[in-house]
Design a protein around this ligand. Structure first.
Ligand code: ADP
Ligand code: MG
Length: 389
């Protein structure tokens, strides 16, 4: 029997210290920013995904290109690293199981299982008393009809698996639309939920360490455009009681899941100032990118610390900040004017190394620091507008 790297160096030791090798499943921008944070701390990083010359692979020590279903390649990958994390949560459960036999996976396969499917995630939240919007899990058109009658229109129908950026979602405003919506996205499990009039959408990004300690950022406020995150501002401008409650809920969710790593909890704040958990992301999140420039410890460094057993860093926000996504749409007239955006003081440019700009594709982001949240927001939007100048 050959020993994995983790076994050789004594996986029993609690801290996987700098110099060790971290494995990342997935190879997008989240993995890239994780890798940069890990290398700054002196770790090596190997990434595994079906793609080549990826945002993560460009900055990692080793880029493995193979399908997630290739268990032999996954085992070989696992035996070359000390701990595995993921930046892409739709990794098949069998892949995670195969790796967990060789090396720790953090967050665990169990946490991943709960949060990678919307139906299971909502059931977990409701079962443990976390506030969700009224919802039902259904897998047949008759059951959908009953659920819509019970919850009351308008509702949103969402596919239970593999949804992101609003993909696989339909609003239903009248029961007459049910057959059409079922034909379009049904045929498999869906979640039906009450449509909420939103005052704000906020997220709390929190990390839980191997020792069970938790550090969370203040709530951030998120605005979407065409269902894709557009601008995040920090701190969120919501009543203090809502902010405190959201932080408390995020901490309780991490504890309930016995989670190790970074988790993002997305919340809705309704126009009547009720707080609901919308969904969980079992990894660093787009709304936390501003922590790189605006917090004592970035969400990516926090992920490195959590999965290696290092103490978590402070999640204190140093300045009000705003982040604007740079989507592929900005390439309509050719290469954006990077110099114009970089000319703004207190604005930082982050690009992900993606060769091809497609509409809706996340190519990079800008972060602005400001005297106030509004100042930061104005600055980041002006800098993004300047990209088209
Ligand atoms: P995704 O996985 O695509 O992020 P979400 O469930 O977060 O899916 O939905 C995307 C966006 O659609 C939300 O951020 C929110 O703006 C809107 N939305 C989703 N569900 C509801 C709802 N029940 N009521 C009102 N708006 C909703
Ligand atoms: Mg969402």
């Amino acid at each position: 029997m050959t020993l994995s790297a983790a076994q050789q160096s004594g996986a029993g030791a609690r801290v996987i210290g700098p110099g060790a090798t971290l494995g990342v499943l997935g190879s997008g921008q989240l993995g890239r920013m994780f890798t940069i944070a890990a290398r700054r701390l002196g770790y090596r990083v190997h990434t595994f995904s079906p793609d080549q010359d990826t945002p993560t692979g460009q900055v990692a020590d080793v880029e493995v290109t193979a399908p997630y279903e290739d268990l032999d390649r996954l085992r070989a990958f696992a035996s070359g690293v000390h701990v595995v994390t993921f930046e892409f949560e739709n990794v098949p459960a069998v892949a995670v199981d195969a790796i967990e036999e060789l090396v720790p996976v953090r967050p665990s396969g169990t946490a991943l299982f709960t949060s990678q499917q919307r139906g299971r995630e909502k059931a977990f939240l409701a079962e443990h008393g976390f506030p969700t919007v009224p919802f039902a899990r259904v897998d047949a058109v008759d059951a959908l009809r009953d659920a819509v009658a019970r919850i009351g229109v308008p509702v949103v129908v969402k596919t239970a698996a593999f949804g992101y950026d609003g993909k696989g979602q339909r609003k239903v405003s009248s029961p007459a639309e049910i057959d059409h919506v079922w034909a379009a996205i049904g045929g498999r499990e869906v979640v039906v939920e009450k449509f909420i009039n939103l005052q704000a959408e906020i997220s709390v990004i929190a990390a839980r360490g191997l020792d069970g300690s938790v550090e969370e950022y203040v709530p951030f406020e998120n605005r979407h455009s065409r269902h894709i995150l557009d601008v995040t501002t920090a701190p969120a401008v919501v009543p203090a009681a809502i902010a405190a409650r959201a932080r408390e809920i995020a901490r309780a969710i991490l504890d309930q899941l016995q989670y190790v790593g970074v988790l993002c909890v997305e919340f809705f704040v309704s126009t009547d100032t009720q707080l609901f958990v919308n969904e969980l992301a079992p990894r660093p999140h787009n709304s936390g990118h501003l922590t790189i420039d605006a917090a004592v410890t970035s969400q990516f460094e926090q992920q490195v610390r959590a999965i290696t057993g290092l103490p978590l860093g402070s999640a204190e926000l140093l300045r009000p900040a705003a982040m604007a996504n740079i989507l592929g749409d900005l390439w309509v007239d050719g290469e954006p004017n990077w110099a114009a955006a970089c000319a703004f003081t207190d604005v930082k440019l982050h690009l992900y190394g993606k060769a091809e700009a497609r509409p809706g594709r996340k190519m990079g982001h800008l972060t602005a620091l400001g005297r106030t949240v509004h100042d930061a927001q104005d600055r980041v939007i002006a800098a993004r507008d300047a990209l088209l100048s």
